[in-house]
Design a protein around this ligand. Sequence first.
Ligand SMILES: [Zn+2]
Length: 141
Amino acid sequence: MPIYQYDCAGCERRVDILFRSVRRIGPAICPECGGTDLKRAVSQVARARSERERLDSIDVNQELGRLESGDVSGFSRWARRMGRDLGSDIGGEFSALADKADAGEDPIERVDPGHTLRYQVEKRRATLDGGGDSGTPAGGG
Ligand SMILES: [Zn+2]
């Protein structure tokens, strides 16, 4: 059952509200004051988890398949799309690459975008894991 955090405008508290299922998420009512003016809050934990899931779901080869051509403008379009899709810190990196390419520069990352993507994903994962500089990935899968 999903639990969502809301910020209540009535009592200015952050409250946890449990829904019976994702399909039944409806108007939230504050358990503290009964107010209905609630705004979804994104908890740190929930955000870290969903970003982790997103990172795990990235298939580098599949993403590379979306790179139409190896020239600068093709790379720019791809990097911009990656920036939008990834959304996180990694997305920022790729948006910056797209800006460079659009400005007529030829980013060094263009030579091996797969390596760049893999590197960024691994780096971000390490950060989410609490970031030692070296560490063996947990097994299983
Ligand atoms: Zn309230």
